[in-house]
Design a protein. Structure first.
Length: 254
């Protein structure tokens, strides 16, 4: 009788462990490049949550200070990391947001955990002509799965890269799974590309060219002027205000 009882208890414990689970089933990483060396990254992790773990998830969701390490421990997934990180930069403006329950049924539910951050120095830029700049994405910034043949997208992941509006892709390898190239084999007027599950990323390369407008060049000139000569500008403003004050004083009390 005792062996049967022990077997029943063990079976119940095993069933409880199986039924009580939260795991990451899909990763969608979007890299939004801009006319700078930094990129905004949005990573969405699809979670499958068993019915018996819904209360746990909702409680964890209320823990606003739960960090990426905290969520990694909760979910027990190595997939929950920042997948865009330059060896020559850092991460800033990091946020993590666990979403509401979706597709709830007697078996459980789904939710989306969203991470967003700024990845610094993921591109290098060079002025190659009047108001013309060439950007090169640093393939070493990709931080996905490492396989025997090198880095690759996991089977349950997708990588999206958006380039600035009006930019032109100069070179990309490997070819994106979406969109397909035009009849010339190029990606003219394409602003977004995607690579799907299992894509090798060891030799990833992407470059694009941005032609700035005259207005953007003028604005950029004054921004750089302000950044380079901030102290001098403040000093000049103080001198001008002082001279104006002396002039007004002289006119009023002369």
């Amino acid at each position: 009788m005792k062996p049967l009882l022990l077997y029943t208890v063990a079976a119940c414990l095993i069933m409880t462990t199986v039924l009580a689970s939260m795991n990451v089933t899909y990763l969608d990483t979007t890299v939004i490049l801009s006319n700078s060396t930094n990129a905004r990254v949005v990573e969405q992790f699809t979670l499958n949550i068993s019915n018996s773990s819904i209360t746990t998830y909702l409680g964890d969701r209320q823990a606003l200070n739960l960090s990426i390490n905290g969520w990694r421990n909760v979910l027990g997934s190595d997939l929950l990391i920042q997948h865009i990180f330059s060896p020559n930069g850092s991460i800033s403006n990091f946020t993590i947001l666990p979403g509401p329950l979706m597709n709830q049924d007697p078996q459980g539910a789904q939710a989306i955990l969203t991470m967003s951050y700024i990845a610094e120095n993921v591109t290098a830029v060079q002025n190659v002509g009047p108001r013309k700049f060439a950007y090169v994405f640093d393939g070493a910034s990709l931080n996905f799965e490492h396989t025997a043949s090198g880095e690759a997208l996991p089977q349950n992941a997708r990588l999206n890269i958006d380039i600035p509006q009006g930019a032109q892709i100069a070179y990309v390898y490997p070819a994106p799974d979406y969109p397909y190239p035009n009849y010339l084999g190029t990606y003219k007027n394409v602003t977004g590309m995607s690579w799907y599950e299992g894509e090798p990323l060891t030799k990833f390369s992407l470059s694009y060219v941005v032609n700035e407008s005259m207005q953007a060049e003028v604005v950029d000139f004054f921004v750089r002027m302000y950044n380079d000569y901030t102290q001098q500008i403040y000093l000049l403003a103080i001198i001008l205000v002082g001279m104006l004050s002396v002039y007004i004083y002289a006119k009023v009390f002369a």
